[in-house]
Design a protein around this ligand. Structure first.
Ligand SMILES: NC(=O)c1ccc[n+]([C@@H]2O[C@H](COP(=O)([O-])OP(=O)(O)OC[C@H]3O[C@@H](n4cnc5c(N)ncnc54)[C@H](OP(=O)(O)O)[C@@H]3O)[C@@H](O)[C@H]2O)c1
Length: 254
């Protein structure tokens, strides 16, 4: 049986790159969205050659409303429709809240929240009438912790996804929030944070994480927290007072 067309944001590195490879390996044609067009084209060529799938490239900076609107139009299209949307693109800021220019905070919110909201809306708008489709929103276990505006954004993504899954599942459409813990990608490198900033046992492998996430999607989970260690940590975090959680603010930050 042919697999639905998948659109992945942020597929050129880290978790998104693993999604692109594993989905192509399962026979999904792809639409790839990120800023770096040369990197997108190189990845598209590699995926076409390695897996024999069709790959569309859509270069877009998700902080830019006009560029985001082009991606929304592609996601909303009924012709050759997107059957699986992976909202994965994201980044963190190098500095603490008050040291950041407010425009940097706004740009992070635009990618982590506004793009996820608008693309989820566009996807559900064409999936629900067709009675089929799935959205994976890459959130974070940080959404359960008091870790600044990044955590606040991820809490929104998890909450939106849980609600949407409850609401649209009966109509044949799934929405799953994927909550990674620290994962070896370019994310911390882009923030100038070394992997020594957290104990080695806390670092996950992106390929294993994505394999677990796709298995959770197939099982019908609403929330996917890959790895036993983070399932335990996420469970504990939900019932730990934020004043105690705040003592671990430095992890993954230096
Ligand atoms: N790594 C972790 O420890 C971790 C933990 C929990 C959650 N997460 C979440 O996982 C997701 C993926 O992160 P990652 O660790 O894989 O990061 P990564 O390796 O840095 O990859 C980020 C991807 O997002 C794209 N991107 C960044 N800003 C963008 C923008 N303005 N517009 C369009 N695309 C943009 C990048 O491509 P371009 O630069 O070419 O645009 C790249 O493809 C994020 O949502 C992140 O918050 C990560």
């Amino acid at each position: 049986m042919s697999q639905p067309l998948a659109l992945v944001t942020g597929p050129t590195a880290g978790i998104g790159l693993s999604f692109a490879h594993q989905l192509a390996d399962r026979g999904h044609d792809l639409v790839l969205v990120a800023r770096d067009e040369a990197r997108l084209e190189a990845l598209a060529a590699e995926l076409r050659t390695s897996y024999g799938v069709t790959v569309e490239v859509l270069a877009a900076d998700l902080t830019d409303r006009a560029a985001l609107a082009r991606v929304e139009q592609r996601v909303a299209a009924n012709e050759n429709p997107v059957g699986l949307l992976v909202n994965n693109a994201g980044f963190g800021l190098k500095r603490p809240f008050l040291d950041n220019d407010i425009e940097a905070e706004q740009a992070m919110l635009d990618v982590l929240v506004t793009a996820v909201l608008r693309l989820t809306h566009a996807a559900l708008g064409q999936m629900v009438p067709r009675g089929t489709g799935a959205v994976v929103n890459v959130s974070s276990v940080a959404g359960y912790l008091p870790r600044g505006s990044y955590s606040a954004a991820k809490a929104y993504v998890t909450s939106l996804s849980e609600w949407a899954d409850l609401t649209y599942r009966a109509q044949g459409v799934r929405v799953m929030a994927l909550l990674p813990g620290f994962t070896r990608t370019e994310f911390h490198e882009r923030m100038d944070v070394s992997q020594e900033s957290a104990p080695s046992w806390m670092w996950l492998d992106a390929d294993t994480l994505v394999t677990d996430a796709l298995r959770d999607l197939e099982k019908g989970r609403t929330i996917s927290v890959p790895s036993r260690r983070y399932k335990v940590l996420a469970g504990v975090a939900k019932y730990t007072p934020s004043s105690l959680q705040a003592r671990f603010q430095g992890l993954g930050r230096k």
